[in-house]
Design a protein around this ligand. Structure first.
Ligand code: TXA
Ligand code: MG
Length: 334
């Protein structure tokens, strides 16, 4: 990867190169009408893991999946009447809709943080749309800033923050809004504002012809030890395990894993980016076997290990009895 990513004028050749880099699993920064995005092929677990590594996010927040149009969005998520109404009114534009993920959607489970929902957006910026068409697939993209820093609204900001982590930066000039997209979810109480942004509550309510639900109606309260909002497997997780006990499956890590034990190794080579890429997919696979307990080997607390351990600790925390975790994570800017 380039030491210092080039800032490219988004002509036809630059767009073709950017699309090729995405297909190779590299990161590409691109302008949207809100802020610059740090894009990766949303169907590629490794590429999505590279986003988290580049931003040094201490947690796996689910990412926004960018698509070229509503038709493509409906192949990835399920759109009921209110979601369709908002999509038709505000797309392309600075609105993200969190809808049920289609089971067959080829989106990385790391990108959706293992949730049953997916956050979709059709951006309005012509360069973002050109890139989506050239790539011809969904692009996962958080704001293109290191975690905890300001969101970038110019190509130079991206270069300052992440210039050594991306293959290239498409220059679309300064972003029109400079404020992230509005995020709307659809809970039991109806459409709910998950993150205020460039499209106002008033505009949404006018389009829907009804007030948005209060956030508390869509989110179960958090229970001690577990954020009700996060993906948790049905199986119990036993952390810092060095072997699987009888009846357990092993979620292993690294070359020192015991051999011939039922389970999966997140990264036989001990690579944390590979482990992050496999985390949700492997938890799903082991959970689907119906096993009662998954023994998880220790993961180093460095680099992406911090986010992996954060997620494992949440999944291992004692459960509220009877309740399935709701599928609405905390939504804050990052
Ligand atoms: O304007 C924007 O939205 C920019 C541009 C690049 O599109 N993107 C952006 O992404 O702000 P990011 O990753 O910084 O913020 C994504 C937000 C997070 O707060 C996350 O929790 C929420 O979207 N989100 C993603 N998937 C979700 C889901 N399934 N349920 C609830 N919230 C979700
Ligand atoms: Mg952000």
């Amino acid at each position: 990867m380039a030491e210092w990513a080039p800032i490219l004028t988004p002509d036809r050749a630059a767009l073709a190169t950017a699309a090729a880099r995405l297909r190779e699993g590299q990161l590409v920064a691109f302008p949207t009408e809100t802020v610059y995005g740090l894009g990766a092929d949303a169907t590629n677990d490794r590429a999505v893991a590279a986003i988290f590594a580049a931003k040094a996010r201490p947690r796996f927040n689910p990412l926004i999946i960018h698509v070229a149009d509503l038709d493509r969005a409906t192949t990835l998520g399920e759109f009921f009447a209110p979601a369709l109404c908002l999509a038709e009114k505000f797309w392309p534009g600075p609105l993200t809709l969190v809808v049920p993920r289609r089971p067959e959607a080829p989106i990385s489970h790391l990108a959706t943080a293992g949730l049953a929902t997916v956050a979709l957006r059709v951006p309005a910026h012509p360069v973002a749309l050109d890139l989506l068409r050239a790539f011809d697939g969904p692009i996962a993209a958080p704001s293109a800033n290191p975690s905890g820093r300001l969101s970038p609204t110019e190509a130079e900001h991206v270069q300052e923050g992440l210039g050594d982590k991306v293959a290239l930066i498409l220059d679309g000039g300064p972003c029109r809004h400079g404020l992230e997209s509005t995020i709307v979810g659809f809970g039991e109480g109806g459409p709910v504002l998950l993150r205020p942004g460039a499209i106002t509550r008033e505009a949404l309510e006018a389009a829907l012809g009804r007030p948005l639900a209060a956030k508390s109606l869509a989110q179960k309260p958090e229970s001690p030890g577990q954020l009700a909002s996060h993906y948790a497997p049905k199986a119990r997780l036993r952390l810092n395990a060095h072997e699987a006990r009888p009846g357990e499956m092993l979620l292993a890590f690294g070359p020192g894993a015991p051999k011939d034990v039922p389970g999966l190794n997140l990264s036989p080579e001990g690579d944390l980016v590979e482990a992050a890429a496999n985390l949700f997919a492997y938890l799903h696979i082991l959970d689907e076997t119906g096993v009662a307990s998954i023994a998880v080997m220790p993961i180093p607390e460095t680099g992406l290990g911090e986010a992996i351990n954060d997620r494992l600790r949440r999944a291992a925390a004692p459960r509220e009895t009877g309740g399935n975790p709701t599928e609405v994570p905390e939504t804050k800017p990052s």
